[in-house]
Design a protein around this ligand. Structure first.
Ligand SMILES: NC(=O)c1ccc[n+]([C@@H]2O[C@H](COP(=O)([O-])OP(=O)(O)OC[C@H]3O[C@@H](n4cnc5c(N)ncnc54)[C@H](OP(=O)(O)O)[C@@H]3O)[C@@H](O)[C@H]2O)c1
Length: 208
């Protein structure tokens, strides 16, 4: 698949792009083409482009930009029409030393669906720390996926399970994206207050 990572110059986007590039033609998208090309040099097989060029040439896009920057997707609706778009965006705020979910209603993924009405939207990778993507190793993490359709989920599941040590789990339709995004402030607070180092989601099957 030809996958664009919009914001692939960033902390999380770069790690997801690095892993996707093992199996897919991966395009790092940036506001600045030169910055995209610099980042692409650090990932074997990847190329760099500005957001519009990356969106035009990809078959699927990952949105890896900060929540307050989602307006950057305006103008990409045509280029991304009919394509799978996967948000990893968490609307977060830090208040009195506590991470909190920043929205009273809706979700980042549903906002993206409004900005890109012709695209197939899902959310994934929200609760995974970038370090584990770099590390690999035996620890398995679950990537919770909410998606606009079961078909979109299947496409995301294929991308996720192509990355060793990640298991996709269906978290429901896009209306459930907020439930997925809301886990991130909890995970960040747990890591911070318990000094565990970065945490990610993993669900364990109960016996009996
Ligand atoms: N870091 C994590 O642990 C983590 C884990 C899971 C999910 N996430 C989510 O993934 C997303 C990216 O997180 P991050 O930590 O990687 O963020 P980041 O490094 O701060 O930013 C990612 C990229 O977004 C682009 N960007 C920044 N401001 C922008 C703007 N105003 N308009 C357009 N593009 C802008 C920048 O690319 P250019 O300057 O090259 O355009 C930047 O490299 C966030 O929504 C976050 O909630 C993060």
């Amino acid at each position: 698949l030809k996958v664009a990572v919009l914001g692939g110059t960033g902390i999380m986007g770069r790690e997801v792009a690095r892993r996707l590039a093992e199996d897919h033609l991966t395009i790092i998208g940036s506001r600045d083409r030169a910055r995209a090309e610099e980042a692409a040099k650090t990932i074997p097989g990847a190329t760099g482009a500005d957001y519009l060029a990356a969106s035009r040439s990809c078959e699927a896009a990952i949105v890896a930009i900060p929540h307050p920057a989602l307006g950057a997707l305006q103008g990409l609706a045509g280029a991304l029409e009919g394509k799978l778009v996967v948000s990893m965006v968490n609307p977060l705020k830090l208040e009195d030393g506590v991470f909190r979910y920043a929205l009273d209603r809706g979700s980042a993924a549903e906002s993206i669906a409004e900005l890109l009405p012709g695209s197939r939207i899902a959310t994934a990778f929200n609760n995974i720390p970038p370090g584990i993507l770099r590390r690999g190793g035996p620890v398995e993490f679950d990537v919770l996926v909410a998606a606009g359709s079961k078909e979109a989920y299947e496409e995301v599941a294929k991308l996720v399970s192509g990355i060793k040590n990640l298991r996709p789990l269906y978290a429901g339709p896009l209306s459930e994206a907020a439930a997925v995004e809301r886990i991130t402030p909890l995970v960040l607070n747990l890591a911070r207050w318990n000094r565990t180092g970065a945490l990610g989601t993993r669900f364990i099957t109960g016996k009996g």
